[in-house]
Design a binder for this molecule. Structure first.
Ligand code: HGY
Ligand code: MN
Ligand code: MN
Length: 405
C-alpha cells in the first residue's frame, strides 16, 4: 500500500470518529447509550447510509433490520460464483459503553475501501459492509439479535416479542423505526450474498498489549450465555417486620452473586450478575420480586453450565436460559491465511460474543481482526484504541480485502 494510504486511512478515521463521537454520548461519564431502535440508533443508521452513499455504495436493509452497503451487485457476483467479501460490525452499545466496541469495525471497513480505491485497486468481487442491528442486546436482552434473527438462530416470533424495561416490544420498536416486523426471520437472500465475512473489532482484553502487536486474529469465541433469575419475596415494611417474619429476595440475590463468583473461580470460567430489577425498589420496602440476569462464559461449556447449576441451587430456583452461544471456532484456514498475511499476527480466543460468531455458526466462512486496546477494558468508557493502532487495523483490513477479494 503506498504511503499516502496511511494518511488517507488516518483522515478517514478522524472524520468518521468526529461524526460519530457525540451520538448517544453521556457528557458526565463519556460512555455511550446507543440502544437498538432508538433515536440514537436512527442517527447512527443515517450516518451509515450517508457514509456508504458517499462512496457510491447502495445500501439495503434486510428482513431483520441489518444494513448492507454494496460496492456492486452481490446477486450477480453470487451467480458468477464470486460471492462477495463482507466486512463490518455493529454501531449499538451497552449502557455506558465504550466508543470502539462495534463502530471501530464499521468505520475501518469504509476507510479500508477508500484506501484501496485511492490506490487504484479494484477488488474483483463486490465488497459489502454490514451494520448488524442490536448486537449488544442492551435494550431487549438478547445479544447479536440482528444476526441471530438473520440466520434463524433466534426464532422470529420470540425476537419480535422481546420487550424492554418499559414493556415496548421489538416489533413495536422496529415498526416505530419504519420497518415491518412481520418480515423478520431467516433471510436466505441476505445470507447467500455473504461469501466470506471479516469483522474488525477492538480487542476486549490485554493479549495484544502483552504480544506488542497492534493487530491480532481471532481463533475462537468462548461458549457463553445469559440466564434470568426470578426471586420472589413478600413485600413488607422495612422497619416493622421482624427478621424471622421476612421473605426478603435480596438475600437470595446476594447468594446468587457470591455463588456465581465462587463457582466461576472454582470451574475456570467467568460470571457476573450485572443487571437487577428490584420491585418496588423502595428504600423502606422489603421487595416482593427481584429479577436478576447472570452472564456466564468460559472455554469449557460444561464448566459454564456447572456455574449456572450451582447458582440455581443456591437461590433455590432454576435459572431460565435466555440465550446460549456454543463454543465457536472461526474458520481455521481463513484464520491462518489472515494471520500469515498480517505477518504472523497473534491468534487469540475471545470471551466476547460477536456477529462473526453467529455467522460462523451458520456455516459462513468468518474471521475477526482485533485491534490493540491499551486499557484492555471494554463495555466501559475506559475502552480505548490508539489512533495509530486504528490506522494499522484499517491497513490490515485493506490488505485482507486485496487478498480475499
Ligand atoms: O456480550 C458480548 O460478548 C458482546 O459484547 N455482545
Ligand atoms: Mn460488546
Ligand atoms: Mn462488539
Amino acid at each position: 500500500m503506498p504511503d499516502g494510504g496511511a494518511r488517507l486511512a488516518e483522515a478517514a478515521f478522524r472524520s468518521d470518529w468526529a461524526a460519530l463521537g457525540d451520538v448517544g454520548r453521556d457528557a458526565r461519564s463519556g460512555g455511550y447509550r446507543r440502544f437498538a431502535w432508538t433515536p440514537e440508533d436512527a442517527t447512527l443508521r443515517e450516518w451509515f447510509l450517508g457514509r456508504a452513499g458517499g462512496l457510491g455504495m447502495e445500501v439495503v436493509t434486510d428482513r431483520c433490520g441489518n444494513l448492507w452497503a454494496w460496492t456492486g451487485d452481490p446477486d450477480a457476483a453470487v451467480a458468477a460464483g464470486r460471492a462477495p467479501l463482507v466486512l463490518g460490525s455493529h454501531l449499538d452499545s451497552v449502557p455506558d459503553g465504550g466508543a470502539f466496541d462495534g463502530p471501530l469495525g464499521v468505520v475501518s471497513a469504509f476507510a479500508a475501501l477508500e484506501m484501496l480505491r485511492a490506490a487504484g485497486r479494484a477488488p474483483e468481487r463486490p465488497i459489502g459492509i454490514a451494520c448488524f442491528a442490536d448486537e449488544e442486546g442492551a435494550r431487549f436482552g438478547i445479544a447479536c439479535a440482528g444476526s441471530r434473527l438473520l440466520t434463524g438462530e433466534l426464532d422470529a416470533d420470540r425476537g419480535r416479542a422481546l420487550t424492554d424495561a418499559q414493556g415496548t416490544s421489538v416489533a413495536d420498536a422496529m415498526a416505530a423505526a419504519g420497518l415491518n416486523p412481520a418480515h423478520v426471520g431467516r433471510d436466505e437472500e441476505a445470507l447467500r450474498r455473504i461469501g466470506t465475512f471479516v469483522e474488525l473489532h477492538v480487542e476486549q482484553g490485554r493479549a495484544l498489549i502483552d504480544e506488542s502487536a497492534a493487530v491480532g486474529v481471532a481463533s475462537a469465541i468462548w461458549p457463553h450465555g445469559r440466564w434470568r433469575l426470578d426471586l420472589h419475596g413478600r413485600a413488607d415494611h422495612a422497619g416493622t417486620t421482624r427478621l424471622p417474619d421476612r421473605e426478603d429476595p435480596m438475600l437470595r440475590l446476594a447468594s446468587a452473586i457470591t455463588t456465581a463468583r465462587a463457582a466461576a473461580h472454582q470451574h475456570g470460567t467467568v460470571a457476573t450478575v450485572a443487571k437487577v430489577h428490584v420491585h418496588p425498589n423502595g428504600v423502606n420496602a422489603i421487595p416482593s420480586q427481584v429479577t436478576a440476569w447472570l452472564d456466564a462464559r468460559g472455554p469449557d461449556p460444561d464448566a459454564v453450565r456447572r456455574v449456572v447449576t450451582e447458582v440455581s441451587t443456591a437461590v433455590g430456583s432454576e435459572a431460565s436460559e435466555e440465550s446460549w452461544t456454543p463454543s465457536t471456532e472461526l474458520d481455521v484456514p481463513l484464520r491462518d491465511r489472515l494471520a500469515t498475511l498480517l505477518g504472523d499476527a497473534p491468534v487469540l480466543p475471545t470471551g466476547a460474543g460477536h456477529d462473526a460468531g453467529i455467522l460462523s455458526a451458520a456455516g459462513i466462512p468468518a474471521a475477526m481482526l482485533f485491534v490493540r486496546n491499551p486499557t484492555g477494558v471494554s463495555h466501559s468508557p475506559a475502552e480505548h484504541a490508539e489512533e495509530a493502532d486504528c490506522v494499522a487495523g484499517i491497513e490490515a483490513l485493506a490488505r485482507v480485502i486485496e487478498d480475499l477479494a
